[in-house]
Ligand binder design. Structure first.
Ligand code: PMP
Length: 476
């Protein structure tokens, strides 16, 4: 079916946007997320008007390679007509109906079935059900409600405490931000809420002892979970939550020894394990879900972003058999849900997205071809004088800017060298994110080797410009 009557790319390409007036209206009326509004008003927001493949364009016509897939979500790239068509047809047929009050809709049922089929069974754990929301944050709020309801249903209502990690990210609602371990977020909201505590992150560069191997470090960090369970009281702990790889925290890839030790501990104490795969699922690490590859078997998996490649807001929780059995057989009514849980148009877009990914073998491509190629190319960055560490996993990667890489000396944080590097990236048509002095990417999974080459050329150019600036300013 043709969409020509309602969409004409040629017209969109020619549409002129008056940048100054949009910027003025933007600062007059639009409060942005995670933004200093005063600083933004002085600078003026960059107005993004169009996307195609791995590129976006701003209102001045500047073409930018989006090495962050928007916010880690546009996994199949921009401008995919199949998804627009799925939304259009579903909206014409049934744009919305709720899943409360004994009702359901076909796209939500099909998507739940599809997601359960995609999630690998590990040992005695399999995913039987899905609870839908519209974002990662909401899904983690659902997790808090669900694990507490689970334990209450089992006659253990005192099991309420959820253990997360410092510098973990689980969203920006009060629940999500509490589960996360972002200090700045906690400070602004009187967080975490009671019943949520944190252990250290498995970040080798920052937290390892002198001479400690990565293996030993991974085990030691995981054992903080055991110490915390004992400190809180084993009969009070409900669950542990972690990201397979910390995304927003700076693409922190834990040592291989970390997750299996976490699994041993949650098994020993019988607590639930929540894998927050909002970034890592749907091919980002070269698998549909990350838990199996990282060596653990969660009871609940948070997802969002890549399920629709960001084309529609959709998230949810994959519910494993251990939890679903109790909820269904013993739980009674679960007093929780969202207006948009199981939104038919969002679910239909997700189905189109997953179908397209399967047809194009995107996950296999990341696992067998582009992921290993990115790893090879990224390792070469270690030759650059500024780069003290460079690691990838699938199609996400992080590098560390160091003042003196031989002495492993970082720049003073107040110099904001990462932000300087990010500015060079913007200036040169590349989106790369800075987390302190860690520069991170999560490019669209549809990137070809040629796209990766182009991205690496831009990254090296921006590192060179950052080095030149650092030398000119006397930073190193
Ligand atoms: N969990 C993780 C691991 C995330 O990376 C994010 C978002 N970056 C969230 C939860 C929150 O998702 P959302 O912004 O859709 O609420």
């Amino acid at each position: 079916m043709s969409l020509t009557p309602i969409f004409n790319p040629a017209v969109v390409q020619q549409r002129q946007v008056d940048t100054r007036s949009i910027q003025a209206l933007d600062s007059a009326h639009y409060l942005h997320p995670f933004t200093d509004s005063q600083a933004l008003a002085q600078r003026g927001a960059r107005v993004i008007t169009r996307g195609e493949g791995v590129y976006i364009w701003d209102s001045e016509g500047k073409k930018i390679l989006d090495a962050m897939s928007g916010l880690w979500c546009v996994n199949i790239g921009y401008g995919r007509q199949e998804l627009a068509q799925a939304a259009y047809l579903q909206m014409m047929e049934l744009p919305y109906y709720n899943s409360f009050f004994n009702t359901t809709n076909v796209p939500a049922v099909k998507l739940a079935t599809k997601l359960c089929a995609l999630a690998p069974k590990v040992g005695d754990r399999e995913f039987t059900h899905v609870f839908f929301s519209s974002s990662g944050s909401e899904s983690n709020d659902t997790n808090i409600r669900m694990v507490r309801h689970y334990w209450s249903s089992l006659g253990q209502p005192q099991r309420k405490v959820i253990i997360g990690r410092k510098n973990g990210y689980h969203g920006s609602t009060i629940g999500g931000a509490s589960l996360g371990g972002m200090q700045g977020m906690h400070e602004q909201g009187d967080l975490p809420i009671p019943g949520i505590v944190h252990i250290d992150q498995p970040y080798y560069l920052e937290n390892a002892l002198l001479g400690e191997t990565e293996h030993d470090f991974g085990v030691r960090m995981a054992r903080q979970l055991e110490a915390k369970i004992v400190e809180v009281g084993a009969d009070k702990v409900a669950a542990f939550i972690g990201e397979p790889i910390q995304g927003a925290g700076g693409v922190i890839i834990p040592p291989a020894s970390y997750w299996p030790e976490i699994q041993r501990i949650v098994d020993q104490y019988g607590i639930l394990l929540i894998s927050d795969e909002v970034i890592c699922a749907f091919g980002r690490l070269g698998a549909w879900f990350a838990y199996e590859q990282m060596g653990y078997k969660p009871d609940l998996v948070t997802f969002a972003k890549g399920v629709t490649s960001g084309y529609m807001p959709l998230g949810g929780v994959m519910v494993g058999n251990r939890v679903s059995k109790v909820l269904i057989e013993r739980g009674g009514e679960f007093n929780h849900g969202y207006t948009y849980s199981g939104h038919p148009a969002a679910c239909q877009v997700a189905l189109a997205n997953l179908e397209w990914m399967e047809r194009e073998r995107i996950v296999e491509r990341v696992r067998d071809d582009t992921g290993p190629y990115l790893a090879e190319r990224f390792a070469q960055l270690l030759q650059h004088p500024l780069v003290g560490d460079a690691r990838t996993c699938g199609m996400t990667a992080g590098l560390v800017l160091m003042k003196d890489k031989t002495a492993r000396q970082m720049f003073p944080p107040e110099l904001a060298v990462g932000m300087a590097c990010r500015a060079h990236c913007f200036g040169n048509g590349l989106i790369m994110r800075a987390v302190g002095d860690r520069m991170i990417i999560a490019p669209p999974l549809v990137m070809t080797r040629a796209d990766i080459d182009e991205m690496m050329t831009l990254i090296v150019r921006c590192l060179d410009l950052t080095l030149a600036q650092a030398q000119a300013e006397g930073w190193c």
